[in-house]
Write a protein that binds this ligand. Sequence first.
Ligand code: GCW
Length: 712
Amino acid sequence: MNADESVHLEQLMFVDDPMEPNEPRVHAAWLPPEAFRSLGARRVLVHGDGLLVDTVLHEVSRACARYGGRVWHSPSWDVDVDLVFALRGADELPSSVVRAARSAGESALAEIGDGGSLGDEGFLLARDGDVTVVLADAPAGLLYGLFHVVRLCAAAFDPERPPERHRPALHRRMLDHWDNVAVHPVMGQVERGYAGGSIFWRDGRPCGDLARIREYGRLLAASGVNAISVNNVNVARTEALLLTDRLGDVAEIADVLRPYHIRVHLSVTFAAPVVLGGLSTADPLDEGVRAWWAATTRTVYDRIPDFGGYVVKADSEGQPGPFTYGRDHADGANMLAEALAPLGGVVHWRAFVYNHHQDWRDRSTDRARAAYDHFAPLDGRFRTNVVVQVKFGPVDFQTREPVSPVIAAMPATRIAVELQVTQEYTGQQRHVCHLGPWWSEVLRFAPWGPDGRAVADVAAGESGAGGGLVAVANVGDDLFWTGHPLAQANLYTFGRLAWDPRRDPTAVLDEWITLTFPPSATADPDLVRRTLHEIMDDSWRTYERYTAPLGVGFMVNPGDHYGPGVDGYEYTRWGTYHFADRDGVGVDRTRASGTGFTGQYPPYWAQVYESLETCPDELLLFFHHVPYGHVLHSGSTVIQHIYDTHFAGVEEVTAMRRRWRTLNGMIDPAVYERVAERLDEQVRCATEWRDQINTYFYRKSGMLDERGRDIY
Ligand code: GCW
């Protein structure tokens, strides 16, 4: 590639008209100007009013200015158009094209059936002769419809395209930022953040780059996310002040994100009445405490009328909570819910509660049991605006875990399922690890057995009243947002699966590839697409192959959780053990002889997991302690499986790197270089994992690799 071509590519991929001209440029992620080419070359009519309609108008105008199209906003004369965005309730216009478009939309809706409702966020896309019509009941629907048109590119204008209606399966699609306002001495600016500093906070203050936050909102809206919390669930002194003295800083973020239909939530400390209010107690049943929360919450809504609510980590890993006062999680959550209810807010109360002061000698305590033991008995006691936010697995965002039994245990409670987009345990954005297939597996899992409802149905709730889907965010102030440019796909995929959990994750990835690496911006689009699929599609399973085997989890370096540390946690208080000895490995969680965790599942899975005959291979060591010679369903022994997968994993990573190199000159050079550099690290780290795991188990078991490969 010559220098001119490289400049050209760069121009295509980066946002070159940031709101403030002096802001540092940032990678355009899945919204490069080029992705708007098809839309921007059209004649577009936007009909309706309001903040979000203005956003649509702004987006369309920007695209049309670049690619030669034209835009009209509710014209009172007739115009020839290719595309109409219209709000169903908007005033009639003396424009035949709008009338025709609307009536075509209405008949398409009638054809689709189901009362023709589009809801708060849904939209219809239909063709009316030569015109594409996007119809919505509410402005947010038009915004999502706009990004749908962007995703479809030319296909949005295909005369044969049948009408389609889109409505999100989940009402709340939320990202939790574990961003600290003040730099934490151990966790830094962003807890478990792998993409530089925070986009919101820097060294104790707002970081002031509102253009960047706006750009973030835009990306999130295009993925489907509609809520964020702006600070870490571990709330220290400075962060606690966001609720009161520093509320203005939160309001500023809310103002910037509002045009993209994103509501702001705040993590608060349960001890706020004491640390901020000067009260002597934070007892949830104390009248003074309740009054303090009610008054404080009203002040929040005075400043941020569409405030989403509170996120709380209580009585967990040292955070304060109701236990101090002899109260339980329902007492604590309900108190906050009571303050939020009249104002339309919710409290996300996290179920990530366990004893982090365990004694490894005590085999009766099982961290996996903890969330269920704490929360299942409280089902039915939570107010309707409490959302119990459950990590998808019973332990902690591992590469492989069973689905948390809490999800099936609280039918009378609104449940949100929490995923982790930030790659704390999945390679920390130094490794390619596309998590879509893993999340999809979790969301489709049917906790009551194959014919029952799925995890996604629980999060959606009856008639949409569920808690939704939440994930820990992975962005920072890095040029590529996510450190590893390919980790952007995880953020995008989260939003798209939260909108529609039934979607095929590979199709979502394909969509991300088309947007992020527009075919028109590369010499060989097929090569780019194919190569990215080859590298990313199976990368989560590759990561699993070279790390902790068969669902046993952890085995990471304590503290930073990066790289192998097979015995790193084995004798600690954190309760994450593998119990490997000379004869075997794994955690006996059966009812028959172990911790009884299998009994927390509804009968179907309780049975499947309890029995060695039926327990799936990939979770074997999560549920059972077995000898190294135990034969898996795959036909291999446990020890040979460990050796084989670890060798295979490193080979796959080496192949990823080789494949990536074929893209040199095909894509933006900055993206190319960053990924190339990270793949070198991935090869190094995967090799380290392979050698440490294989050597560890060889030394424990004394059993040779059938294929005689190098083990140390
Ligand atoms: O996975 C663990 C992390 C902690 C985190 C905690 C949680 C915010 O190691 O850093 O704290 O989960 O989810 O609360």
